[in-house]
Design a protein around this ligand. Structure first.
Ligand code: FES
Ligand code: FES
Length: 204
């Protein structure tokens, strides 16, 4: 019985191989070389002109081509905010943006906000309030936080803003809503909110 089962399996396997071999011949796939295009922008005060594969994201340009690894890749799908940078003063997810879209732009990354000797006030506040644990999300959190305070100052409303005509307030709810695109897997949210509030001159 065992012998006949084994024989049956073998004959099925042979039949499969035979049917695969009988498939019509298909020509090898031909790959085209990547399309390159020039782009110029300023990053942290320094002008760069690059010849880029048109498919390259701004995030990969920073990390892989300019060796600026301060900006982090978390999800690479616009879900976590780890890759947040400032473009012409506004925050964006650099993983969702192609480098070629930034011709002539002024880009600021975490490396351009401050230096270890001269920290940006937001960087100093994150340290003072323990606004991080592993630190992976922190560059994106800090870039985002800097932009959030500018958005509030400019009177740009958020989903939780109740009065859109008067002076906008830096409330805990406003900060948490506006920072909701920046995920922290370590759960340092309360300390992050305190750090931002301190820079804004308020307490949470
Ligand atoms: Fe860009 Fe997550 S890496 S949003
Ligand atoms: Fe670890 Fe935010 S500090 S993910």
């Amino acid at each position: 019985m065992i012998v006949s089962t084994a024989a049956a399996i073998t004959s099925i396997a042979i039949a499969k191989v035979t049917s695969l071999e009988a498939l019509p011949y298909s020509a090898p796939i031909e790959y085209s070389p990547p399309v390159l295009k020039g782009v110029s922008f300023t990053i942290n005060g320094k002008a760069h002109t690059l010849e880029m594969d048109t498919r390259t994201t701004l995030l990969d340009t920073l990390r892989e081509h300019l060796n600026m690894t301060g900006t982090k890749k978390g999800c690479d799908h616009g879900q976590c905010g780890a890759c947040t940078v400032l473009v012409n003063g506004r925050r964006i997810n650099s993983c969702l943006s192609l480098a070629l879209q930034h011709e002539g732009d002024t880009i600021t990354t975490i490396e351009g906000l401050g230096t270890p000797e001269k920290l940006h006030p937001m960087q100093a506040a994150f340290i003072e309030h323990d606004g991080y644990q592993c630190g992976y999300c922190t560059p994106g959190q800090i870039c985002s936080a800097v932009a959030v305070l500018e958005e509030i100052k400019a009177g740009i409303p958020s989903h939780v803003t109740t009065n859109i005509t008067g002076q906008m307030q830096v409330t805990n709810m406003e900060l948490r809503e506006r920072m909701s695109g920046n995920i922290c897997r370590c759960g340092a949210y309360s300390n992050i909110a305190e750090a931002i509030a301190e820079v804004a001159g308020q307490s949470t």
